[in-house]
Design a protein around this ligand. Structure first.
Ligand SMILES: [Zn+2]
Length: 160
C-alpha cells in the first residue's frame, strides 16, 4: 500500500478498480503514449525511483498527470490504514520465515528418497503448524520438488 496511490487501485492489468470505476473512463486518451501517467489513481513523483529520473522525465510525467481526469472515488489511504497494512505485511514475513525451513527439510527428504529410488512420487506429510500448533500439510512433488500445503486454521496456504 502506497501513501500516494488510491486505496481502490488494483493494477493496470484490471479493467476496473475496486470501487468499480473503469480505468478507461478516468484515463485521458488511453491508447496514447504517456497514458499510464494520466490516471488519477497514482500521484507520481513520490516513489524512491523518482529520484533516479531525469528532470526532463519528471517534467514529462508531471505534464501528463495534469491531463488526468478527476475521479470521484479517488481516496488516499489514511495513516492508520498504511500502518495496519505494514503490520500485516511484516507479520506475513515473520510467519513465512517459520515455514520456509520446514518446506526445505521436506524437499531435502524427497531428494534423498529419490536418490535411492527414482519411482518415489513425492511426499505428503502432516506436521504441527509453527504458528498455531494446528495441523499443517506439506506435499512435495518428486519430479520437480515443488511444494504445496496449508494449515487447517489458515496460517498458510501455498502452491508453487
Ligand atoms: Zn497454523
Amino acid at each position: 500500500m502506497s501513501p500516494h496511490t488510491c486505496v481502490h487501485y488494483n493494477g493496470t492489468s484490471q479493467t476496473k478498480c475496486e470501487a468499480g470505476v473503469c480505468y478507461r473512463d478516468v484515463t485521458a486518451k488511453p491508447e496514447e503514449p504517456g497514458s499510464a501517467y494520466r490516471k488519477p489513481c497514482i500521484l507520481w513523483g513520490h516513489s524512491p525511483n523518482s529520484k533516479n529520473r531525469s528532470p526532463a522525465n519528471e517534467a514529462y510525467i508531471k505534464s501528463q498527470q495534469e491531463l488526468a481526469p478527476h475521479c470521484g472515488k479517488f481516496r488516499l489511504p489514511t495513516a492508520l490504514e498504511i500502518a495496519a497494512d505494514q503490520a500485516e505485511a511484516s507479520g506475513h514475513v515473520e510467519r513465512w520465515k517459520k515455514l520456509a525451513p520446514l518446506i526445505q527439510a521436506a524437499k531435502e527428504e524427497v531428494k534423498r528418497l529419490r536418490a535411492g529410488d527414482r519411482n518415489i512420487q513425492g511426499k505428503f506429510q502432516v506436521i504441527q503448524c509453527p504458528v498455531c500448533s494446528g495441523s499443517l500439510t506439506i506435499r512435495v512433488a518428486g519430479h520437480n520438488l515443488h511444494s504445496s500445503g496449508a494449515c487447517e486454521k489458515g496460517c498458510f496456504c501455498w502452491l508453487e
